[in-house]
Design a protein around this ligand. Sequence first.
Ligand SMILES: CC(=O)N[C@H]1[C@@H](OP(=O)(O)OP(=O)(O)OC[C@H]2O[C@@H](n3ccc(=O)[nH]c3=O)[C@H](O)[C@@H]2O)O[C@H](CO)[C@@H](O)[C@@H]1O
Ligand SMILES: C=C(OP(=O)(O)O)C(=O)O
Length: 421
Amino acid sequence: MDKLRIRGGRELQGEVAIAGAKNAALPELCAALLSSDAVTLSNVPRLQDVTTMLKLIRNMGVQVAQGEDGVVVLDASTLNQPEAPYELVKTMRASVLALGPLLARFGQARVSLPGGCAIGSRPVDQHIKGLQAMGADIVVEHGYIIAKLPAGQKRLKGARITTDMVTVTGTENLLMAATLAQGETILENAAQEPEIPDLAELLIKMGAKIEGHGSSRIRIQGVDALHGARHAVVADRIEAGTFLCAVAAAGGDVFLRHARGDHLDAVIEKLAAAGARISVQEGGVRILSQGRLKAQSFRTTEYPGFPTDMQAQFMALNCVAQGTSTVTETIFENRYMHVNELLRLGAKIQIDGRLAMIEGVSRLSGATVMATDLRASAGLVIAGLVAEGETIVDRIYHLDRGYDRMEAKLAALGADIERVK
Ligand SMILES: CC(=O)N[C@H]1[C@@H](OP(=O)(O)OP(=O)(O)OC[C@H]2O[C@@H](n3ccc(=O)[nH]c3=O)[C@H](O)[C@@H]2O)O[C@H](CO)[C@@H](O)[C@@H]1O
Ligand SMILES: C=C(OP(=O)(O)O)C(=O)O
């Protein structure tokens, strides 16, 4: 099993290219299921989750051509098996994004329930409730969501849907389903994460009629069919935020090419308050960080608030910053799995339910730590970059799920980091 070996204490200097967003690429690959014409995506990141999603889509009978350059062409005219089996879904929750498109185009779908994961129970009841409001008959049997249209009904029906909470993949599933429904769908309490307008832009290029994407109310007029399109996946704001936190903690001067500063306001505001100098420029974001920064308290909330996917990385920074801080995780009930590992490196953190209290220390000391989920792994890598001596981050298959060669990018910036078997 691969591990990362990091020898801490080096500043980061230079330029890093930010890849396409995992959380935009995954729904956009599923959007290709809505059409019998070819959909071409560029800037698709090289990640394990993308590989898993392509395996899932190929398994449905879709023809997929993947280039070395991040271009993926999907031809779903040959799709003959509208289902997502457990073996493929269990390693990636985003597989549930196949449900809406399959049901909308074929009138039936069989998708395994994703199950819980390290960060929380993560039910998909809102996806199911929304599709039921659009007229689908859905039962959950033997671990599968089995959805179909009532006899004689050819299409989903537009509906007004208000989800009980803001859900990112829930909004995406319902948005994709609504593009082919009969009549108008209004999604109230919709998620506003930048990946949603990016998905909507692809769907519009495919012929969908959508308004209000990027706001909490999305209005969709269903059309009879969608056609092929080309689309470039938006830059990954979480990968960019991770590199910003790494530079803030380790010190240095780095330009993040392609990073979208306008998608990172909440994180940039906190980093600036901590003492990092950040400038949002044409084509990217530059960060300059010198000396020990000041710890910052924050609370994770839906976009445009502070992203839960940046919580572990910013917590790692707070561990070595000056002063005490509090972190409140409001999105997932169990997203502090990195805390025990950070303690092994000498961090001072106390957890009380959803609240973490962090007392900044002047030094961490390297040790072997275990990654438990994707962003927890990224937080541990950042801690390793500043810890004295050697840190081994074990189980980095979690990291590979969502980062495009993170260790190679950090090494190119001057970090002493390598992948070992
Ligand atoms: C592939 C992808 O884009 N993943 C992102 C997506 O996950 P994901 O879309 O799974 O997260 P949601 O926005 O749906 O979850 C938000 C909260 O709502 C709850 N909930 C959600 C749906 C539902 O039917 N019932 C329910 O109770 C969840 O358990 C969680 O507590 O948004 C999260 C929140 O920004 C990010 O951390 C993930 O990186
Ligand atoms: C939690 C995440 O991803 P997923 O929803 O795919 O598990 C993440 O990207 O941090």
